[in-house]
Design a protein around this ligand. Structure first.
Ligand SMILES: [Zn+2]
Ligand SMILES: [Zn+2]
Length: 292
């Protein structure tokens, strides 16, 4: 665990909307303990939609496509389609998400980081999400500062403004098609698992794991986070080479999201894929474990 801490937390107000929404989703997920609302089809949907909304929507689209532009999709409407899948993870609209994440990269583990475990593990994991509102954040000026490319795009601005309708529509469709078991497992449980998987990248991957590259932050490569985030847990590699579409750099650093992008390239819908060439000696372990 890091020994240094940032004593001064930024001044944030409680953001009631995310607290109620995310809290409600967690309460909804607890309904999974009610045996009558279990079904094997609901469990299968939980896994499939976890990949569709978390893997394709957040890891591939919000992160590697929109934030870092490490590849492009053709035709253009595919970018909007996959962005809408991302909104179904209940992690907010694309412009706010991208702005927060670019700010994280610009100030990693420093005073102005959006979320760093140096302000407390659970702050980085989820609490900041609920206390993010201050005078500057999530305003037009904030979006223009950190995500001007997306802010200029009227479709992304529309998705940002109405992002909440998409997860609600997905929940309604699940209930209409499969009743309570599909809503609870494919809706609430799946969303909570995606949320915590994403948050583990912010928290655990800046605390535990090994470092392959000397970066000015405390990012780590952590295999079990990579497993639940389709490759995003190779986070030290990512901080070292932020625009690379591929985060898993050793042969055993399995990166499902990069495999997906590569398959899309074969299908001729993904192009301009950015990769890095690293001399093999740079892939030697720089340090192992949480020690700095
Ligand atoms: Zn990070
Ligand atoms: Zn990133």
């Amino acid at each position: 665990m890091a020994t240094t801490t940032i004593a001064q937390k930024p001044q944030h107000k409680i953001a009631w909307a995310p607290i109620i929404w995310i809290g409600g989703l967690h309460i909804g997920a607890l309904l999974a303990f009610w045996p009558a609302w279990f079904s094997w089809s609901g469990l299968a949907l939980c896994f499939v939609l976890h990949w569709v909304t978390g893997g394709l929507g957040i890891c591939m689209t919000y992160h590697r496509l929109l934030t870092h532009r490490s590849f492009a999709l053709r035709p253009r409407w595919l970018e909007y389609f996959f962005t809408i899948l991302g909104t179904c993870s209940s992690e907010g609209g694309p412009i706010g998400w991208v702005a927060d994440h670019r700010r994280h990269h610009a100030n990693s583990d420093e005073e102005d980081d959006t979320h760093t475990p140096l302000q407390g593990f659970f702050w980085a994991h989820m609490v900041w999400w609920m206390f993010y509102q201050d005078e500057t954040q999530h305003s037009a000026a904030y979006y223009q500062k950190w995500a001007p490319d997306l802010y200029r795009d009227p479709v992304h601005r529309w998705i940002e403004k109405y992002h909440i309708i998409f997860p609600i529509a997905m929940f309604a469709a699940l209930y209409a098609l499969g009743g309570m078991s599909w809503l609870v497992w494919g809706g609430f449980v799946r969303t909570v698992l995606v949320l915590h998987a994403t948050w583990l990248v912010n928290s655990a991957s800046h605390v535990w794991g090994y470092r392959s590259h000397e970066t000015r932050d405390r990012s780590k490569n952590l295999w079990w986070v990579a497993l639940v985030t389709y490759g995003e847990g190779w986070h030290n590699n990512h901080h070292a080479f932020q625009t690379s579409a591929r985060h898993g750099l050793r042969w055993w650093e399995i990166d499902v999201t990069y495999i997906t992008i590569w398959m899309m390239k074969v299908c001729r819908i993904a192009y301009n894929i950015k990769l890095v060439k690293i001399p093999s000696r740079r892939l030697g372990l720089a340090s192992v474990g949480p020690a700095e």
